[in-house]
Design a protein around this ligand. Structure first.
Ligand SMILES: Cc1cc2nc3c(=O)[nH]c(=O)nc-3n(C[C@H](O)[C@H](O)[C@H](O)COP(=O)(O)OP(=O)(O)OC[C@H]3O[C@@H](n4cnc5c(N)ncnc54)[C@H](O)[C@@H]3O)c2cc1C
Length: 417
């Protein structure tokens, strides 16, 4: 069975499909997952309600993503990295500054090896590369645009119902359908959610001086303000602002908006200008109570959403993909059931601790740095100063941010699946 097979027998409707795995949601996480499985020969159907043309239209997603080394390895394993590498800006240095304090931490990629600490790409570039890769994989059927309207799961198998009346039979459903996840809700998996009272304003800028691959993050009491290097002498801005103020900044005419940006960016890039539009994202943390249910595994934002303070949301999702792909492919190659309770339990055990730890760490950072209380301010400044003077501790943080710690899946180690 290469691509999903049409089922015209056994009393099933002619429109029905049968496959090993259905990935619900073909966003950044879902399509990466589907490409990874299909590249390893697992027959996979990926369904998204938006067509590739919609997802790559100007204005659909103006964000950029800082991909850590672990995520780059996953995309390489999926065969998609080659299609985006030319537009990926390496991050060579990171400077973390607490606004109003002379103390900072400077991370230099050479302290942990020759690889960059990560790459920044326009989400549009990642999406295009994934669509291109998906189209060339014989084991992948990409259905878009069509909405998934329901799921039926029993120990014997799963059926995914599409809004156009078709049904897909599979042994495993992967929920990659984002925060409001139909998959998570239909399985009755509870989730905890808390708003930060902050909104991320994002946009890209052009600038006078080169960025030299430097990413800068300023912590302010209103939220973190990040400047991430992009190709073509551009930078991406992720400006977390209090909910009450963000709409006012969003409405400013371009000239005034750029003046506000320039105040926050400072002088290291010289004069800046806006490239393209801006967009706003309300920020909250969300964690599902568990990652699996009968014949269902959750990945990406269907399972966890975090503050972009450390640029780790999709990186966490990429580690889900690496672990889930490994357990599924191992079963499939042995002729065993990739949706069995044992397989799913292995995935949950592998990913739960990392998911909890990273979510909790990012959450603590947001609370620690988004405050002006003098004792906390003193504590974090002492912390920043200390980390900067302790190379061992610095290397520890850098390896964590690169996603290269813990029990690493084969893909993250750079090995074939
Ligand atoms: C401002 C900001 C900056 C960020 N920066 C970074 C960063 O630098 N680094 C990083 O690692 N992460 C970052 N993130 C996080 C990252 O953007 C997200 O983790 C990622 O986009 C989530 O992708 P996803 O595929 O899990 O979910 P989504 O992007 O929500 O995709 C879900 C998909 O499912 C589809 N879908 C939903 N329901 C259905 C249905 N019923 N039927 C069919 N299709 C359906 C949707 O159409 C969509 O395509 C940032 C986030 C924000 C808000």
């Amino acid at each position: 069975m290469e691509r999903a097979e049409q089922m015209a027998t056994n009393g099933e409707s002619e429109a029905d499909l049968r496959t090993e795995v259905v990935v619900v949601g073909g966003g950044l996480a879902g399509l990466s997952m589907a490409c990874t499985l299909a590249a390893a020969g697992v027959p996979t159907v990926c369904v998204d309600r938006d067509s590739p043309a919609t997802q790559t239209a100007g204005g659909f997603d103006l964000r950029t993503t800082a991909l850590a080394l672990c995520a780059q390895k996953v995309l390489e394993g999926a065969g998609a990295w080659a299609y985006m590498a030319g537009d990926a800006q390496p991050i060579l240095d990171i400077r973390v500054v607490d606004q109003g304090s002379p103390l900072f931490v400077h991370y230099d990629h050479r302290e942990v090896g020759n690889e960059p600490m990560g790459w920044v790409l326009d989400n549009l570039v990642i999406r295009r590369a994934l669509f291109r890769r998906a189209a060339e994989l014989p084991a992948l059927t990409h259905l878009a645009p069509v909405r998934v309207s329901g799921l039926e799961r029993t120990p014997a198998g799963a059926t995914v119902r599409l809004a156009d009346g078709r049904a897909i039979r599979a042994r495993l459903v992967i929920g990659a359908d984002g925060r409001p996840s139909l998959c998570r809700q239909s399985a009755g998996i509870a989730w905890n959610r808390q708003a930060y009272g902050q909104t991320a304003i994002i946009c890209n800028i052009g600038h006078e001086f080169p960025h030299h691959g430097l990413a800068v993050e300023h912590f302010t009491p209103h939220g973190p303000f990040a400047v991430l290097p992009l190709t073509e002498n551009r930078c991406s801005i992720v400006w977390s602002e209090r909910d009450a103020l963000a709409p006012l900044y969003m409405k400013l005419p371009d000239a005034l908006f750029v003046a506000e940006l320039q105040k926050r960016v400072g002088e290291f890039l010289g004069e800046i200008r806006l490239i393209g539009g801006r967009a706003a994202y309300p920020l909250w943390i969300m964690l599902a109570d568990r990652l699996t249910d009968t014949r269902l595994a959750l990945i990406g934002e269907a399972a966890h959403a975090i503050h972009p303070i450390a640029g780790q949301g999709l990186n966490l999702g990429m580690r889900d993909i690496a672990a889930l792909a490994e357990v599924v492919v191992d079963q499939f190659r042995l002729g065993l059931d990739p949706g069995s309770p044992d397989t799913l339990a292995r995935y949950h055990r592998w990913r739960w601790f990392d998911t909890m730890m990273l979510s909790a760490t990012c959450d603590s950072l947001v609370h620690l740095f988004s405050t002006d209380l003098p004792p906390l301010r003193l504590a974090r400044n002492l912390g920043l100063g200390a980390v900067n003077r302790m190379p061992g501790l610095k290397r520890f943080f850098m390896r964590h941010a690169m996603g290269m710690v813990g029990h690493l899946p084969r893909l993250v180690r750079g090995e074939p699946l």
